[in-house]
Design a protein around this ligand. Structure first.
Ligand code: SF4
Length: 461
């Protein structure tokens, strides 16, 4: 089964899958050929993507693409379903600490127009509800709730308020008016502690005033009570501490994977699979134990490739640090087709990758983790981390992929580009990538190509 690493089209994966089955491939219950997601779920975009050829990548994709199906099965088995919105990484840690509770991000509908190549018409339906293209692709979430064809209706909807973007705030409020009650909890915009103020260190080399940490801890306590009531269980400190330890197991594996892949002399795993793997951190793709198993397989594959000196891209590929998730997954393929590779990433949820402190009372630790969200503090904090990671990962260039319509920070990209150019001294560009970017492919390709060539040309100086 150990074929040399290569990227395959969906068609090539058909043959590879048959061969793996003949060779005795064993799969989890959600396994199967990738093509079925096109046939059953209309995930047409898969036909345009290139996938890693390992069984570990097959498992990763099947895990990702069966999430809605697995959520429906969990509901049928009597599990409680919690829709957690916006905090990207904290409330799910609490939810999975309770038996019989599954948490997911309805925000994940962000990618549905891409996967289904807009055949679902979610964006048009959002438009009819008054949420037009001046909002980011998260607007797909609104009709996804209404038509019920994607994820099951949650038993409880939890959403953070305060330091969140206008897009999400508006859409979540619209959702509530449509009859989906939301349990709101507040998180303040993170600020640097003032002189003389008691400061608390946060994951990710950040700090916040103790008053902010206390405020978030109290809010998370309310969230915990709501979750416990839903589950009919007690969510005490022991239970939360066990949940944090389990979440950290996921984060440790992701840390090992990112270190190995991003620091290797050549890329042992493609950029697209790295994006998908990192996304597992935010809510474990609705199954925490399986997330650990999926990551173990990926890690074993990458370790084995590194030992064998086999890579999907050679050492000549330009080392690119990528900022923000891409609305069109195909953009990650495009980067590699043009001679680039990932050497680091900030997909907007770095706080879900950092270890949650285990030496603090659990709610305090979770409050600090929530406040480390890169999207709720100054853009310069986010940019400073990107610069540090560019330097550590020997990045040769940075791409900030702008999200169409996103209001999270009008000047954020500019601030990041400026700090990267000034402090890391490497070229950086900003690109806007829509959910289906085919029409813009020539211009995206020429800008990416120019960046890759510039990065490579600088090597000789
Ligand atoms: S505006 Fe930005 S932060 Fe808000 S939902 Fe869209 S992508 Fe996410």
């Amino acid at each position: 089964m150990n074929a040399p690493p290569r990227k395959l089209s969906l068609e090539e994966w058909d043959g590879r899958y048959d061969q793996l089955r003949r060779d005795g491939l064993r799969e989890p219950a959600y396994g199967g050929p990738l093509r079925r997601h096109v046939v059953r779920e209309n995930d047409f975009r898969l036909q345009q993507l290139r996938f890693d050829n390992s069984p570990a990548a097959l498992r990763l994709w099947n895990f990702l693409l069966t999430e809605n199906e697995r959520l429906h099965q969990a509901r049928a088995a009597g599990h409680k379903i919690v829709g957690t919105m916006k905090d990207l990484g904290t409330v799910p840690v609490m939810a999975y600490a309770l038996p019989g509770v599954r948490a997911f991000y309805p925000d994940g509908a962000w990618w549905t127009p891409c996967l289904m190549e807009c055949s679902d018409k979610l964006l048009q339906q959002a438009e009819r509800s008054g949420i037009d293209a001046s909002f980011c692709p998260v607007r797909a979430m609104l009709p996804a709730f209404e038509n019920g064809r994607h994820f099951p209706r949650p038993d409880l909807l939890v959403c953070s308020a305060g330091a969140i973007c206008d897009d999400f705030s508006t859409i979540a409020q619209r959702l509530e008016h449509l009859g989906y009650p939301i349990f709101w909890w507040e998180i303040p915009r993170r600020r640097h502690p003032d002189f003389g103020e008691i400061a608390c260190p946060l994951p990710g080399n950040l700090a916040a005033p103790k008053t902010q940490v206390d405020c978030v801890r109290a809010e998370l306590q309310r969230v915990g009570q709501a979750l416990a009531e839903l589950a009919g269980e007690n969510l005490d400190d022991d239970c939360l501490a066990a949940g944090i330890r389990a979440a950290n197991q996921v984060r440790q594996r992701l840390d090992s994977l990112r270190r190995l892949v991003y620091s290797a002399p050549a890329a042992p795993l493609p950029a697209l699979e790295m994006l998908v793997a990192e996304m597992l951190a935010i809510h474990f793709c609705s199954d925490r134990d399986e997330t650990i198993a999926v990551l173990d397989d990926l890690l074993a594959e990458v370790q084995s490739r590194a030992r064998r000196g086999q890579f999907v891209l050679g050492p000549q590929a330009a080392r690119i640090f990528w900022v923000n998730p891409v609305a069109d997954l195909r953009a990650m393929n495009l980067l590699e087709e043009l001679g680039g590779r990932l050497c680091g990433s900030d997909f907007m949820f770095t706080h879900a990758l950092d270890l949650i402190p285990e030496n603090l009372p659990p709610l305090e630790a979770l409050a600090r983790a929530a406040l480390a969200d890169p999207m709720i503090g100054p853009a310069s904090d986010r940019a400073a981390r990107i610069v540090r990671e560019c330097q550590a990962g020997r990045a040769e260039a940075v791409v900030v992929s702008r999200i169409p319509g996103a209001s999270h920070c009008a000047r954020e990209g500019e601030i990041i580009l400026e700090m990267v150019r000034r402090q890391a001294g490497i070229p950086a560009i900003e690109l806007e990538i829509p959910p289906v970017s085919d029409a813009m492919r020539p211009s995206l390709a020429s800008r990416l190509q120019a960046l890759v060539e510039t990065a490579q040309a600088r090597r000789s100086h």
